[in-house]
Write a protein that binds this ligand. Sequence first.
Ligand code: HEM
Length: 409
Amino acid sequence: METAPDLNHPDFIADPHAVYCRLRTEEPVHWNPSLRGWVITRYADVSKALKDPRLSVAKLQPFLDHAAPETHRKVERVSAVLANWMVFNDPPRHERLRKALAKYFMPQEVARLRPLILQRVEELIEGFRGRDRIAPPVDFIKSFASPLPARVISDLFGIPKERIGDLRTWSENLKDFVALARATPNKYDRAKAAADEMVAFFRETLHDHRRNPRDDLTSRLLEAEAGPEGLSEDEMVSTLILLLFAGHETTASLLANGLYWLLRNPASVEALRRNRSLIPGAVEEMLRYEGPAQTMTWIAAEDLQLGGADIRRGERVFLALNSAARDSAVFPDPDLFKIDRSNNRHIAFGLGIHFCLGAPLARLEAQIAFDRLLSRLSGIRLETHQPVWHDELVTRSMERLVISYDIAA
Ligand code: HEM
């Protein structure tokens, strides 16, 4: 490739797919000088890499090793929290951290949450639908996509409704530290403050649940504490923070990106209105078409070869899930949004040992949400025609999604 693409350029942020397509064709394993890492764009290579034990998710220590003393001081506490996240741990520790929760997130367990999710969905729609049949335009992200997963996760944690606002703020402040490759003002200070407050809050939540056990995720985590592979209190606090973080922004983006592309394809809206059994397939297509987790950043734990390139130990590897999702070798007509796509083998939830633990929950939330939105609102229209996408490589989310609609039932 003659010139390396600038993955910070506003054109790339607005629409990365042309660049991904060029990379898949011309240089599928590409060294990007400004990212100082390898960008992997083909489905076959990304899938292979996600299952390759020579690639590690333990990227925290290399970051700390290179951080300036001032940054080091600021991120000490937040790093201690992240060091216990299963998503930043390789085996064997990864297995112990994941096992403590794996059962709770099995599809059949998650299915029990249907009535609760339905109730939260109905409350939110009721809240923004307007009274007296007046339907003002709303920012779908602020009114629905972001609060829904925050409410569901706080129900699972068993924490009071009044604290949901805090959870959302903490999760957003942590996001810039975890998900953003570049510097933003006060990024480390905000992450530090969020980590301090979250640790205190979740420690108290655990103490409260120890005194009064309930039928929720926090009590389930505490039950495992006593066993031989149980988690320490610090590990449990970190795990709760991970679940909040991993489950909130991603699900919000699935709902918003999904609705955006659905509304850009009016025939699909009509098809779903006529036949609700198409909704699960439509949600899979939303995950494929503009997935919330754009890129995974892993690290080579040893020298390896991938797609003909020599990757050295310690080098960063950006696994572009959203590029893999448009690879014509796997998806016929990859740039078409097709809600009835057959054999949709997208990898929006990753693959291998770190496959998203919350996938059944995210799917259920999205399926219920789209079903109820289509039932309760008619004539949904986009008011945001050119969304402003957040300037991030790791996630894919937009700042605002304004819609208008006519009230139905
Ligand atoms: C549409 C929504 C979601 C998307 C697109 C998504 C995506 C992902 C991806 C790509 C990974 C793999 C990370 C890696 O390989 O480095 C992952 C891991 C994970 N996700 Fe999700 N996620 C979503 C929702 C959720 C929810 C709702 C929860 C929980 C409440 C959750 C919890 C987790 C956890 C705990 C991991 C770490 C698994 C491990 O390391 O073993 N996610 N997610």
